[in-house]
Ligand binder design. Structure first.
Ligand SMILES: CCCCCCCCCCCCCCCCCCC/C=C/C(=O)SCCNC(=O)CCNC(=O)[C@H](O)C(C)(C)COP(=O)(O)OP(=O)(O)OC[C@H]1O[C@@H](n2cnc3c(N)ncnc32)[C@H](O)[C@@H]1OP(=O)(O)O
Ligand SMILES: Cc1cc2nc3c(=O)[nH]c(=O)nc-3n(C[C@H](O)[C@H](O)[C@H](O)COP(=O)(O)OP(=O)(O)OC[C@H]3O[C@@H](n4cnc5c(N)ncnc54)[C@H](O)[C@@H]3O)c2cc1C
Length: 634
């Protein structure tokens, strides 16, 4: 007789009479039905492998054992990718997109940098000959690389990097050196124990002149023994300059000095997808748990309600639920822009590079910071159980907060966006993602609270805040302040303008995607409700920006607040169906709180039982420390 599959009765009830086709949303998020099939096949292919499962929870292993266990699984995963029916590269892409990597490699992926930065650096900056020499070796894993840019003393200010690469015309070699303690490469993933090669960013010196930072291929370790090569600690010999700027000893300037930063642009684009995948996990865990958890008393004398029935809980969880769709659609737009710009750059057309830089900085900073805030709200919404390591919130939070710092610290990226916006606004040049700065809303500043009216408010805020920042810069200039001081003293306004620009891009992506998308009426209805909820939520959160740049009134805000709480109530019944549409398997969620069947309490109990401390009633330390204390009559 088939075993009855348990399903928490509350979750079961939430899933009854779903008014829309969940698979339609799954296909939308995957990029089509075929992609969904491919993803599910990959998930089955990987998650069914018993050797990729953790014998004991990772949190109970030592640092060294964690590393060894993650490396074991990563290497096994690579063999599986190589044998994958879909082929290594498509499988790799699917793996990166589905968040599967962190389902298997929970403490970190020792080979991630090889794929996410080392290979992209070779592809983006290597010459044809260099790619012929190294790319196949890298794809075949006959070498493991990392991307070594950040130093102890510098991570943000690339022009301040101290590692030097001096070209010796006699030997036609580059001598790489770390001239000081602060020049030591620090932070690069896999550099410590895994990688045997690195793309190293260093200041190129030739004929006594510094030509700025350039990428160099450096072998770190012997390919057989894995021992660090002689002098590797603070003197690196025989690197090879990646790219082709030295011709017979003469430095040839690249068409754009920032092309060497191209790898960072690629990763910023990838990060937007990655933080969105992590946010989707957090929202799924918190939403399902909030429909299983019953607590307190809503109506006196009634049964304890599902905590999701509290408006306060809906206010915590439905905006991040909406954000997962908003960020996914914006990340898709950015990914398409990246491919267009990259193809043009390969043909020598750099026109889109500033737009791509501006937009990738804006979205990486916005998606990572918003995702980090939303993941923390999701954790808090689960009370004490959300604090447990096994809830998976601590790990998800660690992953999204890291993204606020790596690949360009967010504040620094916001200022890059502001630099681009001020320049574009002043030149009134037609930047791709600042089209609205040119086509700004004319006509009366009256507010209408329709979807289109709200988008116009976002447009006014984005344009208006750039103008406020420019007015601040001009005011400082008139006072005789030097440009760098004026820029520093306008930083608060500049960052607000950059953030308003990023929010407008996300809002327009969401609204345009719903207009263009071929959606069934029920799916369009629920996604439109999420879209309206999200853009009102952000407006209410940042109402100061809108007051500053439009005729928004207190009455308008009260009306928008009422609309917001109406939308909370309208979306509440579909919360579980919407997170079910993400189609995240329990192994990917990796959390007793978010499991599909809602059997939360038994799974929490089972997880606690795995602790080494729960393998005996009295731990040996009692006899060593506590018992003597108890007897000591202090
Ligand atoms: C076993 C299984 C394996 C399977 C594999 C699966 C893998 C699973 C993984 C899944 C996905 C994972 C998700 C992603 C993980 C990523 C891990 C990343 C780890 C982290 C890596 C790093 O952190 S690398 C180091 C990053 N560092 C930075 O980003 C440094 C930031 N600083 C800067 O960018 C610059 O210093 C600056 C921009 C802040 C300032 O530079 P600079 O002073 O030179 O510029 P100016 O401000 O003077 O501007 C000059 C001019 O240049 C333009 N510009 C600047 N930067 C760029 C750029 N990048 N591109 C283009 N243009 C640029 C700027 O706009 C100015 O232009 P003007 O015209 O003069 O205005
Ligand atoms: C998990 C993780 C993984 C990483 N992996 C890698 C890797 O694989 N390879 C690699 O090369 N690096 C890596 N890094 C390093 C990362 O790229 C840097 O930490 C990041 O670029 C920030 O630089 P920083 O550490 O020098 O911070 P700093 O720039 O020193 O930041 C300190 C403070 O100074 C502020 N600040 C700095 N400059 C300005 C400015 N111009 N205007 C206003 N405020 C400013 C910042 O906003 C911040 O508040 C990793 C970092 C982390 C956290």
């Amino acid at each position: 007789m088939s075993k009855e599959i348990y399903e928490n009765p509350d979750l079961k009830k939430e899933r009854q009479n779903c008014p829309f086709n969940k698979e339609e949303i799954t296909h939308l998020l995957d990029g089509g039905k075929e992609k969904t099939i491919e993803r599910k096949q990959l998930e089955n292919y990987i998650l069914s492998d018993e050797q990729l499962k953790d014998a004991v929870p990772m949190e109970y292993l030592s640092h060294a054992d964690k590393y060894a266990e993650e490396l074991r699984k990563a290497c096994l995963l690579m063999h599986k990718l190589a044998d994958s029916p879909a082929g290594q590269v498509p499988t790799l892409r699917a793996l990166m997109g589905a968040g599967l990597g962190s389902a298997v490699l929970k403490e970190g992926n020792p080979l991630a940098l090889h794929y996410v930065m080392f290979i992209p650096a070779l592809m983006g900056q290597g010459t044809i000959d260099q790619q012929a020499k190294w790319l196949e070796k890298a794809y075949n894993l006959n070498m493991i690389g990392t991307y070594a840019q950040t130093e102890l003393g510098h991570g943000t200010f690339l022009r301040g990097l101290e590692t030097r690469a001096t070209y010796d015309p006699k030997t036609q070699e580059f001598i790489l050196e770390s001239p000081s303690l602060t020049a030591y490469k620090w932070w690069p993933g896999s550099l410590g124990k895994t990688a045997n090669y690195a793309v190293v960013m260093a200041q190129l010196y030739t004929k006594g002149k510094c030509e700025g930072t350039h990428p160099f291929m450096v072998q770190l370790r012997d390919e057989e023994t894995h021992e660090p090569l002689p002098g590797i600690v603070n003197m690196w010999l025989n690197p090879v300059c990646i790219s082709s700027y030295i011709h017979y000893g003469t430095y040839v300037k690249p068409t754009n000095s920032k092309l060497s930063y191209a790898t960072m642009v690629f990763v910023r684009v990838v990060v937007c997808q990655d933080v969105t995948t992590n946010l989707r996990k957090a929202v799924t865990i918190a939403t399902r748990y909030s429909c299983v958890r019953r607590q307190s008393e809503l109506k006196p004398g009634d049964r304890e309600p599902q905590v999701m029935d509290y408006q306060a809980q809906q206010n915590k969880l439905l905006p991040p639920l909406a954000a997962t769709f908003a960020f996914q659609l914006a990340a898709d737009h950015l990914w398409n822009l990246y491919h267009t710009a990259n193809n043009n750059i390969e043909q020598g057309d750099l026109e889109l590079l500033p737009d791509l830089h501006g937009l990738s900085c804006a979205l990486k900073a916005l998606c990572s910071s918003e995702a980090a805030n939303f993941v923390e709200v999701c954790r808090q919404s689960c009370g004490g159980h959300g604090y447990m390591s096994c809830s998976n919130f601590p790990r998800i939070y660690g992953q999204v907060t890291a993204a606020e710092t790596y690949e360009g610290e967010n504040t620094v990226l916001w200022l890059q966006v502001a630099r681009y916006l001020v320049k574009t606004r002043k030149e009134q040049s037609g930047g791709l993602s600042v089209k609205y700065l040119i086509g700004e809303e004319k006509g009366p500043k009256t507010v209408d609270t329709t979807l289109e009216g709200i988008v116009k408010l976002y447009r006014r805020a984005a344009v208006g805040l750039v103008d406020v920042a420019i007015a601040e810069l001009d005011k400082s200039g008139r006072k005789g302040e030097a440009p760098h001081d004026a820029w520093n003293h306008a930083a608060v306004y500049l960052i607000k303008a950059a953030q308003a620009h990023a929010r407008l891009f996300v809002v327009e992506s969401f609204v345009d995607s719903l207009k263009e998308g071929k959606l069934s009426a029920p799916v369009r209805t629920v996604l439109s409700q999420l879209c309206e909820l999200f853009i009102i939520y952000w407006l209410l959160e940042r109402s100061g920006d809108f007051f500053l740049c439009s005729n928004l009134t207190k009455q308008d805000l009260l009306l928008l607040n009422s609309k917001y709480v109406e939308l909370l109530a309208a979306i509440r019944p579909q919360a579980v169906n919407l997170v079910d549409s993400f189609d995240l398997r329990d192994e990917v969620l990796n959390s007793p709180l978010g499991c599909w069947d809602g059997n939360v309490y038994q799974r929490l109990f089972d997880e606690a039982a795995k602790s080494p401390l729960n393998q005996s009633n009295v731990h040996e330390s009692f006899h060593k420390y506590l018992k003597p204390l108890l007897k000591s009559n202090l």
